[in-house]
Write a protein that binds this ligand. Structure first.
Ligand code: NCD
Length: 307
């Protein structure tokens, strides 16, 4: 029996298939309970601390909504400048402080590896809500949950990840998570923003088929799921390089005409201009449904690590 009790959630490659299935099943149960309007008190008396040292709308609010839907409560630092990190406090000391207040910690931080560093400082479960350009494992779980809901399966799908594959942590985590299934990947990026070699190597070592291209129009015709991402402006040292690449891909309704009828279009959001708004009303445009899946999936994670 898979168990996540007291575990940290640091990167998407950490999960066994049994753990992934447990999370998806638990999320489904919570989604049904929410839809039925049931009152859930599984985490009554428990306290979550959300520490967000980088901007967030969805991840923080959906974690907080998830905790409250479970009957638990939340304390939060929503901005680095409002915490003692701004006074020069180390992450270790911040975490040692917060563990005295809360039962579980959700952390977003600009540095790669920061969630692992935080986890090493405390016995409390730490959930990585984005460590710089590193990983975003809880997002990839809600992405997987969305794929299963929209497509009815994962195996044998061709999944295109498009945009800033170099700096986008959501696509790093999603690629690792989906490598537990029999999928074909199409990685669509300008040459300067390709998927890091170490991610591609991990996938190929697991026998996963990976094709790389910079041609979005061609990829659209071949895939079952198209996962668009934002060019990650905050990761660029040179603003002129960002300006050169910011409009690399703009998905329009017209570009989707030759796509499969069953195509699912996803995006972790926020969107800048990489998906034209005329795509939103297509039945396969799943990104706002994807957002809503964040609550039951994060309910599942919180209740499983606090079991
Ligand atoms: C993403 C992130 O923060 O990495 N947003 C999110 O959590 N839904 C994607 C992004 O910022 O581009």
């Amino acid at each position: 029996m898979a168990k996540l009790s007291s575990k940290d959630v640091l990167w998407a490659g950490q999960f066994s298939i049994d753990e992934i299935e447990l999370i998806l099943e638990t999320a489904k149960r919570y989604e049904q309970a929410l839809t039925a309007g049931e009152t859930i008190d599984d985490l009554q008396g428990k306290l979550l601390a959300t520490l967000f040292f980088e901007p967030s709308t969805r991840t923080r609010l959906s974690f907080e909504a998830a905790m409250q839907r479970l009957g638990g409560s939340v304390v939060t630092v929503a901005e680095a400048k409002s915490s003692s990190a701004a006074k020069g406090e180390s992450l270790h000391d911040t975490i040692k402080t917060v563990e005295g207040y809360a039962d579980v910690i959700v952390l977003r931080h600009p540095q790669i590896g920061s969630a692992a560093e935080a986890a090493a400082s405390t016995e409390r479960p730490v959930l990585n809500a984005g460590d710089g350009a590193g990983q975003h494992p809880t997002q990839s779980l809600l992405d997987l949950y969305t794929i299963v809901k929209e497509q009815g399966k994962v195996d044998n799908l061709t999944i295109a990840l498009a945009g800033d594959l170099k700096n986008g942590r959501t696509v790093h985590s999603l690629a690792d998570l989906l490598s537990n299934y029999d999928v074909n990947f199409l990685f669509v990026a300008p040459p300067a923003l390709r998927m890091p070699g170490e991610v591609v190597e991990r996938l190929r070592a697991k026998g996963i088929d990976v094709e790389e291209t910079d041609d979005l129009s061609e990829a659209v015709k071949a895939c079952d799921v198209l996962y668009m991402t934002r060019i990650q402006r905050e990761r660029f040292e040179d603003p002129s390089e960002y300006d050169r690449l910011k409009n690399a891909y703009v998905l329009t309704r017209r570009m989707l005409e030759p796509a499969k009828d069953t195509l699912t279009v996803m995006h972790p959001l926020p969107r800048v201009n990489e998906i034209a708004t005329d795509v939103d009303e297509l039945p396969g445009a799943a990104y706002f449904r994807q957002v809503a899946n964040g609550v039951p999936v994060r309910m599942a994670l919180l209740s499983l690590v606090l079991q």
